[in-house]
Design a protein around this ligand. Structure first.
Ligand code: M7G
Length: 329
């Protein structure tokens, strides 16, 4: 599954990538996590499940709402992809129990050694009501937002009710995740920080996912973009692609670079995912290719100020309620 072919083109990147996989393994063996946290201390041991918000046998994920030390919490468990680099160890070191044998077909239950059998766990604690809703399986509705709707419905709503972007400021100020930064341009107007997204375990490039977060703090979303932001957007596209090629040997032709509208976090950020990886939210109803955004702003400086933009909202999203109240749905 790992995209070794691309790494073969760039021996330095291959070296760097496998060094990091080795480091992750050594940290595991030492009982340390990526940021040196004691992994022996299981903060989830006291987690009390209230309800399963959603799960997917196909994605091998489960989203659980519960309590941790009397606080509301959400835990996401996800079985991680099988990485080509560990195949030989899996074949050699696992135990195998036969399930079915029929003609040339056999299925087994394979027990891999614990360090090859990790799950990714994400904890949000304390979680707000909005987090719980975000992860709950729900029906979606497509909304068409005119320029006036944005001013009278969406903007007042997001000014009151959007998720905190403290985690974004922590990244920009190097108070969190600083060791994960892949590239930074520190220019206050054109600059950004590029780092692995929360969702990516960084073990293989198959599901590569990075985000570029702008140093400018006053651009909430796609809606705020004007032609004056073109140098910023071009800088992110160009330098982001170069940094990913250098670090992961993934060329621009293998990348999907886009913005979400609506985003969950109203501080401008760009998603870089591997083409072919169906990242959550990469569908046409939510993702806007950065190259298209740049072209649109070239042809009309106020494109995103004036156009009607469509996006999906989940059934119990407060913003959907506001659109309904205004008779727009
Ligand atoms: P979005 O388009 O605002 O919303 O993207 P979405 O979460 O509905 O896609 C925000 C992106 O930031 C998502 O891809 C998240 O996985 C990622 N993200 C969220 N948080 C809280 C963090 C974080 O603390 N660290 C990192 N590295 N990524 C995060």
């Amino acid at each position: 599954m790992a995209d070794v072919s691309k790494r073969e083109n760039n021996p330095e990147a291959t070296e760097d990538f496998s060094q990091r996989i080795k480091k992750a393994k050594t940290d595991h063996e030492d009982g340390r996590g990526e940021n040196g946290e004691e992994s022996g201390k299981n903060v989830l041991s006291g987690f009390q499940t209230t309800t399963v918000l959603s799960d997917s046998a196909r994605e091998k994920t489960i989203f659980v709402h519960g309590k941790l030390a009397d606080q509301n919490a959400v835990v996401i468990l996800e079985k991680t992809p099988i990485n080509e680099d560990i195949l030989s160890e899996i074949f050699k070191a696992s135990t195998l129990e036969l399930d079915i044998r029929n003609d040339i077909y056999s299925t087994y239950r394979l027990q891999a050694p614990p360090h090859l059998n990790e799950m990714k766990a994400t904890l949000v604690c304390p979680a707000t009501e909005k987090h719980v809703k975000k992860y709950q399986r729900q029906e979606s509705f497509l909304v068409e937002e005119t320029a006036d709707d944005y001013q009278s419905i969406t903007l007042p709503f997001i000014q009151k009710q959007s998720f905190s972007v403290q985690w974004v400021y922590n990244i920009l100020e190097k108070k969190a995740e600083s060791e994960r930064i892949v590239f930074e341009d520190s220019d206050p107007k054109l600059g950004f920080v590029l780092l692995p997204d929360f969702k990516w375990d960084q073990k293989q490039t198959d599901n590569l996912y990075l985000i570029a977060i702008t140093h400018q703090r006053n651009i909430k979303s796609l809606r705020d973009l004007r032609s004056e932001h073109l140098p910023l957007l071009q800088n992110i596209l160009q330098k982001g692609k170069e940094a990913i090629l250098q670090r992961y040997s993934l060329p621009a032709s293998k990348m999907r670079v886009y913005l979400h509208y609506q985003p969950s976090y109203y501080h401008l950020h760009i998603h870089f995912t591997k083409l072919g990886y169906e990242a959550p939210g990469c569908g046409v109803e939510r993702a806007h290719l950065l190259t298209d955004v740049i072209q649109n702003l070239h042809s009309d400086p106020h494109y995103y100020k004036t156009r009607t933009l469509s996006f999906p909202l989940r059934a119990d999203d407060g913003l959907l309620g506001q659109f309904k109240k205004a008779g727009k749905l």
